[in-house]
Design a protein. Structure first.
Length: 248
């Protein structure tokens, strides 16, 4: 939401957040350059916009260790409410797998040290990420597999971790997805809603810019899976998000 594509009509974007009763917008960081634009929003309204700190797997370069050294003190000074985005992405670049893993392990350790949720980006990489999470898992590690689109078997492995949730975004509205079938095996207590704005907009906004006020469009698809009303889905998934981010 801090990206340039929102600059032109920013006040209308914020107005739609309020219209849809969005209380908090969680902002993941991706690299050193995204910190300032993210913090500009936080400084605009620190109750609405909540920062996180992390190095996105697609931005892990050979200098990752010094980048992470610069980021770590900001976790506390900027009152970050999560560690991320981190993870492993083997769709865009497989050659950096080793350093992506190293950067992820450092960020897992941050999540444990600062008792913050880990926001995991997993693209074609569940088989690399899950063993790392399992190895480093302890009572202080919790988090979200963001934009979850994995198989039923992967979902089961995540559920076994107990302290991890799955983030469901616009993909659930796409006609070709099997996600609704997979979700039937996942209790709603392990689901949070997300947009990944400006990416992956839900139908009917596909191909355009995504924004956080589209969350109810995603929630409506969970009604198909879990039954109940959109209001009930909204209450439960909001409570899940508040719990994992320790917000009130
Ligand atoms: Zn991501």
């Amino acid at each position: 939401m801090y990206q340039q594509v929102f600059e032109e009509d920013w006040s209308a974007v914020v107005e739609r957040l309020h219209q849809e009763k969005i209380k908090h917008v969680m902002l993941p960081n991706i690299d050193m350059n995204s910190i300032d634009p993210m913090m500009r929003l936080v400084n605009e309204d620190s109750n609405l916009f909540k920062p996180m700190m992390g190095l996105h797997p697609c931005d892990v370069k050979s200098d990752f260790a010094s980048v992470l050294d610069q980021m770590e003190p900001l976790i506390q000074s900027y009152k970050c409410c999560g560690i991320g985005e981190t993870g492993i992405d083997l769709y865009w670049d497989k050659t950096t797998l080793d350093i992506q893993k190293e950067a992820l392990i450092i960020q897992i350790e941050w999540a444990k040290k600062y008792k913050l949720p880990l926001i995991i980006h997993a693209r074609e990489s569940f088989h690399e990420i899950l063993p790392l999470i399992e190895k480093h898992h302890d009572q202080n590690l919790r988090g979200i597999f963001h934009c979850f689109t994995g198989s039923q078997q992967i979902a089961e492995q995540i559920l076994k971790l107990e302290t991890f949730m799955m983030g469901i975004g616009g993909v659930i509205s796409y006609p070709k997805t099997n996600l609704k079938e997979t979700l039937k095996q996942i209790p709603l207590s392990h689901i949070v809603l997300e947009t990944d704005a400006p990416f992956l907009p839900p139908v009917p906004h596909r191909g355009k810019r995504n924004e956080s006020s589209y969350i109810p469009l995603i929630g409506a698809h969970l009604v198909d899976v879990y039954g109940g009303t959109l209001e009930e889905i909204a209450i439960t998934t909001s409570q899940n998000a508040m719990r994992i981010f320790e917000l009130s």
